[in-house]
Design a protein around this ligand. Structure first.
Ligand code: ATP
Length: 557
């Protein structure tokens, strides 16, 4: 394992440990042993995630000025909000395609009882001698065995993990690794014809994998007390469909004109087969989605616009551009109706070097969604899909979801650009980016290592901390007064008088508090306090009278 990779792994472990220790994130239902794929945000995590959501909402919706043309935008446009229900009419998911298509293939290992996502399994063909004891006797036979040795490790780690697994399978010590004859490079498991030849990641013999089975990712539930098969409903796997089905309601009730966007933040649920990487892949998560409706002739321009606008949003909140990529999907990755999709991806520390994980997808969806809800589920040629009796497979609403442009006197089905972000993945990326360890001199000038979260001030859970240098000489009273004033002004502040001042600073650094104010001996003389900046560590004296105003201006309010 390369040193860089090891450091990155340690870094992720440290971030996870910090999140638990300081109350950012806890495993859900931890006292009962936890439940895989679900997470609870603690007091600081709740503030952080709320700040991420609020920053998104402010930047995309509430401070959006529909009379002005934003930089690089083809023209001015409106943005409005929506909050749709989590459970919707089952027909919504039939027409959206989720009911038929939203599934992954998985395989079970009958030996280890583990379940794997088929498309994530990779392996190598290998051949070596293997000793076997025949049952009931001590006789040992040696035979040459060929097998496809698999692993679930991502990225570069896969080769190493396959080798370790192969050594175990062939019963070889590590020093005899050159006795293994590798017959292929790393291949996806789907490339082999016979699964019986595969050795599952945690199995000791071949042929323990079941055939791949489809597994729908939507959580099913039942409506009403007597619910029968017809009353089956689903927890939404995305918030987007709530926007499409309300398109007409919004147009009719809010006088918006195309182009405009509808934004929604809310929980979504996917029964992920292998939830992992902390909150990155969970079964319950929050999305921040925009459906931007425009004229078909202008949709390519808007697609370009939203891709760069959304990329810049992450950098404006502190993610270094070199840790982000905008990855354009290859033609074969695109959904059939899509003209283009780009993912905004971040170099999460749990990934291998050079690998990125999706934070947000920006998709050009054409008129696919509105037309499907209007006419019925569409097929790859954008015709209504038919069943074996030649009837529509899933009927649409039959409602007219087209738009009439009264100036151009033209009716059309709008095209949609969809920037779809995950609030939890975003929060995790901001945390990972902010986490740093550096060395700083303590009160006596001795170098001490410190853990610091260099969160953007808009995202920091606590904005300012107020300390009396010592617990006497009137200092606590003055500090408490400043603390009250901050709270009244809506600044989320903490008051702390416990322990040495250096330790108090470090406690705040570790949770990302950008500003600390200390009341000291000089305060009584000249009515000033020190203001310490988390990142530059500079300390300035500020008049008490101006301290709230100063913090507000540094927070950009
Ligand atoms: P992936 O390929 O990682 O499963 P996706 O392409 O299926 O993601 P979308 O359907 O485009 O994801 O969802 C939009 C956003 O919702 C993602 O970019 C991500 O931020 C978030 N998201 C999706 N699935 C999950 C999940 N299981 N846990 C946390 N966030 C998720």
């Amino acid at each position: 394992m390369s040193n860089q990779k090891k450091n990155e792994e340690n870094r992720m472990e440290q971030i996870v440990a910090l999140c638990k220790r300081r109350g950012f994130l806890f495993q859900s239902s931890e006292i009962y042993g936890g439940v895989n794929g679900f997470w609870d945000y603690g007091p600081l995590g709740t503030e952080l995630k709320r700040n991420v959501r609020n920053a998104w909402w402010e930047d995309m919706v509430s401070t959006h000025d529909e009379l002005s043309c934003l930089e690089n935008a083809p023209k001015p446009f409106a943005m409005v909000g929506l909050e749709s229900s989590i459970i919707m009419h089952p027909q919504v998911w039939k027409c959206s395609g989720h009911y038929d298509l939203f599934h992954d293939f998985m395989v079970d290992c009958t030996e280890s009882k583990k379940r794997y996502r088929f498309d994530h399994m990779r392996g190598r063909w290998a051949e070596a001698e293997r000793k076997t004891k025949s049952e009931g006797s001590d006789e040992v036979t040696v035979e040459t065995v060929k097998a496809f040795i698999t692993s679930m490790e991502p990225g570069e780690e896969v080769e190493e993990s396959i080798t370790a697994h192969a050594l175990k399978f062939f019963g070889l010590k590590s020093k005899y690794r050159d006795k293994i004859n590798w017959l292929s490079e790393v291949l996806p498991i789907s490339s082999i014809d016979n699964l019986q030849e595969a050795v599952a990641p945690e199995a000791t013999r071949k042929g323990t994998l079941t055939e791949p089975r489809e597994f729908n990712l939507m959580f099913k539930t039942t409506l009403g007390a007597l619910g029968g098969a017809d009353d089956a409903a689903f927890l939404r796997p995305e918030t987007a469909q709530g926007i499409f089905v309300n398109f007409k309601n919004v147009v009719d009730s809010s006088r918006v004109k195309i182009p405009f966007g509808i934004a929604q933040i809310g929980k979504s649920f996917r029964n992920e087969i292998t939830p992992r990487n902390f909150t990155f892949r969970s079964r319950e998560f929050e999305q921040m989605e925009i459906e931007f409706f425009c004229h078909p002739d202008e949709s390519s321009q808007w697609y370009e616009y939203w891709r760069s606008r959304r990329f810049n949003w992450y950098t404006s909140l502190g993610i270094a551009a070199e840790h982000l990529i905008l990855r354009e999907h290859h033609q074969e990755e695109l959904a059939h109706y899509s003209v283009g999709t780009a993912d905004i991806e971040y170099a999460f520390p749990f990934l291998s070097e050079g690998e990125y994980g999706e934070l947000e997808g920006v998709a050009h969806r054409g008129d696919f969604d509105l037309r499907s809800h209007m006419e019925g589920k569409l097929d790859s040629d954008l015709n209504v899909e038919l069943n074996e009796h030649g009837q529509p497979k899933h009927r649409g609403s039959g409602k007219d979801l087209s738009y009439f442009d009264d100036q151009a006197r033209q009716r059309f089905v709008p095209h949609v650009i969809e920037p779809s972000a995950g609030a939890d993945r975003g929060t995790l990326a901001f945390l990972c980016e902010a986490y740093q360890q550096d060395e700083q001199p303590d009160d006596k000038g001795k170098m001490q290592s410190r853990t610091v979260l260099k969160l953007h001030p808009r995202l920091a859970p606590v904005k300012a901390a107020v300390f009396p240098l010592i617990k006497k000489e009137g200092m606590p009273e003055v500090a408490a007064k400043i603390y009250h004033e901050f709270r009244e002004a809506g600044i989320n502040a903490q008051y702390d008088q416990q322990g040495a001042i250096g330790r108090r600073y470090r406690r705040q650094d570790e949770i990302g508090t950008p500003f600390c104010i200390t009341v000291d001996g000089q305060t009584a003389n000249d009515q000033t306090v020190t203001l310490r900046d988390r990142d530059t560590l500079e300390q300035e004296r500020i008049p008490i009278k101006k301290v709230t105003e100063e913090i507000q201006s540094r927070l950009g309010r």
